[in-house]
Ligand binder design. Structure first.
Ligand SMILES: [Fe+2]
Length: 156
């Protein structure tokens, strides 16, 4: 059944598409963070191993809420690795090498997502008249800003 929530079908579809693109980015960053959790080495191993775990757990919760928001808008969430790989605007990259490079790679991805979200918030609010999703995306942007701060603190 279609949601009758005062947003037209075209706008619901456009917003859902933006959310699915974000979901693909979140999934890619989740996989990358998990990869680094497993493979980090060096004198800060124990600390970074735990730190990356905290971050991928937060990304896991974000992914779930983004997918469920797509369903609330009456569309289907992307859910296959093939689609995630096709849709993501992030690059997976090769072996990161040093722990510092891992942190820089993750920070770059969080900042990319933050910039995308900043545009999406305005587009969803102004163009698609969906204040709920704009508010939802603002909250996710703030979570990434916090994760970005923590990553930045390791290398500055
Ligand atoms: Fe683990």
């Amino acid at each position: 059944m279609k949601p009758n929530i005062g947003i037209n079908d075209t706008h619901l579809a456009a917003t859902s598409n933006l959310l699915n693109l974000l979901l693909a980015d979140e999934f890619t960053l989740y996989a990358k963070t998990r990869n680094y959790h497993w493979n980090v080495t060096g004198p800060h191993f124990s600390d970074l191993h735990k730190f990356f775990e905290g971050q991928y757990e937060e990304l896991d919760e974000i992914m779930d809420s983004v997918a469920e928001r797509v369903r609330m808008l009456g569309h289907y969430a992307v859910g296959t690795l093939t689609d995630f790989a096709k849709m993501t605007r992030l690059t997976e990259g090769q072996d990161a090498g040093t722990d510092k490079k891992m942190i820089q790679n993750l920070l770059d991805d969080h900042e990319t997502i933050i910039r995308e979200l900043r545009n999406d918030v305005n587009e969803v609010n102004d163009k698609y008249k969906d204040a709920g999703t704009a508010d939802f995306l603002t909250g996710i942007m703030e979570s990434h800003e916090k994760m970005g701060w923590m990553l930045r603190a390791y290398i500055s």
